[in-house]
Design a binder for this molecule. Structure first.
Ligand code: ADP
Length: 446
C-alpha cells in the first residue's frame, strides 16, 4: 500500500515540473527573508531569477553545518518568531547544538513524510508503534510520533533506553512496530535472547531503523532476534528530521526512496563539490523545496552515499543506498579511506561472529593501525564451553582459528588494509543504551 500513491508514483516529467516550480519559489523566498542566503548569493553573483530549474542548482553555493553554528540560534529562520511552533536541535556532542525551527505547516509536512515512510516500511493504521527513538531536542522521537499518529497508528512514546521496560511493554501491549536506532534494536534483541523470550511469542512485525549507519549484517541479526522485517529510515534535522528517505519493506536492500517532492537530492564530489552522475558515491546534498521556517539550499549533509533510480521499484522517486559514513568520520589509514561500515559489511555471513564490533585506531609507531574487536556468537561460546578468550587457543582451534584467518583475509581483500582481529566474549563491547552508538575508539594523539 502507498500512503500518497499519486505523488509517490508521479511520472518523472511531472515530478520535475513540480520540483522546478517549488525550487524557484523556495529560492526567492529565502533570498528575500534570510540575510545569510541573500549575502551568500550576492557574493556568488547569483540572482534568484538565475534559478529557473533544478538544472541551475549547481550555481548556488553550499550551506554547511558551520553556517548554522555561525547563525546560532535563530539566524537562519525565515519567519517571525510568532510563526514558529517547534524548535529542535541536533544531538551534537560538543558545544552548542545546531538549531532548527518549524512552522505549523512544516510540522504537517514532516508528519506527512513520516506517515508516507511508515507505510513504505509496512506499517498500517491501527498498528501499535513502540517509539524508542529519543524524545527531546533530537528530531527522531517527536518526528516519528506525529507521523505515526497521522497515519492512524497508536503510538507508545517510550523513548530510548530502559530495555527491560521496552520488553515488558512490547509483550503486554502486543506492539506491532518498533522504531529505534539499529544498534538499540540489537540491544533489545540480545536482551530477549538472554531472557529466553522467543521472538515468535511477541507481536512485532516491523522495525523501522535509522539515525546511524548500518548494514546487512545488522539487519540479519535484528530480523532474526526480533522476528521482524527491518527497514531503513534516514533523515537529518537540518533538512527536516527522519523521513527524508525510507526503504520499502518489499524492496529491501535496493535502497531508500528519497521524498523528492519535498527534498531535492544531489550527490557531489567530496573534494571538488561537483555534481556526480547517478550511482557514483559522494556527499549527499539537499535543497528543501517546501519548507517555511528554515529552508536550506544545497545543504552539505556530510553523509556519503549514492543516488539512483530503481525502475523496478513501486515508486518513481529516486533512491539512495545505505550511508557508508559521514565524511568527517572517515578514517585515513596508511593512505586508505576507511568507514566502519566497511568492516561491518565484511561481518555478513560469519555465523560464528556477532554484529557487536568496535574499531580501535592507534598509532604506536610510525603508522596508524586499526584493530577490530568482534564478539563471538554467544551460542557458539556455550557450545564450546568457552568462558574467556585465549588467543593461542583460538588460533589452534580448528573452527575458531579458521574463522579468524578467513575474516582477517576478507578484510584485507575487501578493504585493502591488514587489521589485527581480536575475538571477544559476548558482552565485552559497549552496547547502545537507547541512542546512536559510536563504534570507533581513536586512541591516536591529536
Ligand atoms: P546529529 O547526529 O548530527 O546530531 P541528527 O540527529 O539530525 O544530528 O542526525 C542526522 C545524521 O544521522 C545524518 O546526517 C546521518 O549522518 C545520520 N543518519 C540518520 N539516519 C541515518 C540512516 N538511516 N543511516 C545512516 N545514517 C543516518
Amino acid at each position: 500500500m502507498l500512503y500518497q500513491p499519486e505523488i509517490e508514483t508521479l511520472a518523472i516529467e511531472k515530478l520535475r515540473k513540480l520540483q522546478n516550480e517549488r525550487l524557484v519559489a523556495q529560492v526567492a523566498y529565502v533570498y528575500n527573508r534570510v540575510p545569510f542566503y541573500k549575502k551568500q548569493m550576492d557574493e556568488a553573483g547569483v540572482k534568484p531569477t538565475d534559478i529557473k530549474s533544478i538544472h541551475d542548482l549547481h550555481k548556488l553555493p553550499f550551506t554547511k553545518k558551520n553556517d548554522l553554528r555561525d547563525n546560532y540560534p535563530f539566524g537562519l529562520f525565515a519567519v517571525p518568531q510568532s510563526e514558529i511552533t517547534r524548535i529542535h536541535g541536533s544531538s551534537g556532542t560538543t558545544g552548542k547544538p545546531t538549531v532548527v525551527g518549524y512552522t505549523k505547516g512544516d510540522i504537517d509536512i514532516f508528519s506527512e513524510v513520516i506517515a508516507r515512510s511508515l507505510t513504505t516500511a509496512g506499517c498500517k493504521p491501527g498498528m501499535i508503534m513502540q517509539n524508542a527513538y529519543g524524545y527531546g531536542l533530537f528530531t527522531g522521537g517527536l518526528g516519528i510520533h506525529y507521523g505515526a499518529e497521522q497515519l492512524g497508528m497508536a503510538v507508545v512514546p517510550i523513548s530510548g533506553g530502559m530495555t527491560e521496560r521496552q520488553i515488558m511493554l512490547m509483550q503486554d501491549f502486543r506492539s506491532d512496530v518498533l522504531c529505534c536506532t539499529p544498534s538499540y534494536a540489537l540491544t533489545i534483541a540480545e536482551e530477549l535472547k538472554k531472557r529466553g523470550i522467543a521472538p515468535e511469542s511477541l507481536n512485532l512485525k516491523f522495525a523501522v531503523l535509522g539515525a546511524e549507519p548500518w548494514t546487512e549484517s545488522i539487519r540479519a541479526e535484528v530480523e532474526k532476534g526480533l522476528g521482524v522485517v527491518a527497514t531503513n529510515i534516514y533523515g537529518l534535522s537540518e533538512v527536516m528530521g527522519p523521513g527524508v528517505s525510507q526503504e520499502d519493506y518489499e524492496e529491501k536492500g535496493s535502497g531508500s526512496y528519497i521524498w523528492e517532492d519535498h527534498f531535492f537530492p544531489e550527490v557531489v564530489d567530496r573534494v571538488t563539490g561537483l555534481p556526480l552522475p547517478e550511482g557514483q558515491p559522494g556527499v549527499l546534498v539537499f535543497t528543501t523545496l517546501t519548507k517555511q521556517a528554515m529552508p536550506v539550499l544545497r545543504y552539505w549533509t556530510n553523509d556519503i552515499t549514492t543516488i539512483y533510480y530503481d525502475r523496478a521499484g513501486k515508486r518513481t522517486h529516486i533512491k539512495m543506498g545505505q550511508i557508508i559514513g559521514r565524511s568527517d568520520d572517515m578514517l585515513i589509514i596508511r593512505g586508505v579511506n576507511l568507514f566502519h561500515t566497511q568492516v561491518e559489511a565484511v561481518l555478513e555471513g560469519f555465523n560464528d561472529l556477532s554484529a557487536n564490533y568496535q574499531l580501535i585506531v592507534k598509532n604506536e609507531g610510525k603508522m596508524d593501525e586499526v584493530d577490530v574487536k568482534v564478539e563471538l556468537d554467544p551460542e557458539l561460546c556455550s557450545a564450546l564451553g568457552l568462558e574467556s578468550i585465549d588467543i593461542e587457543f583460538i588460533k589452534s582451534h580448528d573452527r575458531l582459528g579458521q574463522v579468524h584467518r578467513i575474516f582477517q583475509k576478507k578484510i584485507k581483500d575487501n578493504i585493502g588494509l591488514t587489521m589485527k582481529v581480536e575475538f571477544m566474549m559476548p558482552g565485552a563491547i559497549p552496547r547502545s543504551e537507547g541512542g546512536k552508538l559510536n563504534r570507533i575508539v581513536d586512541t591516536r594523539k591529536k
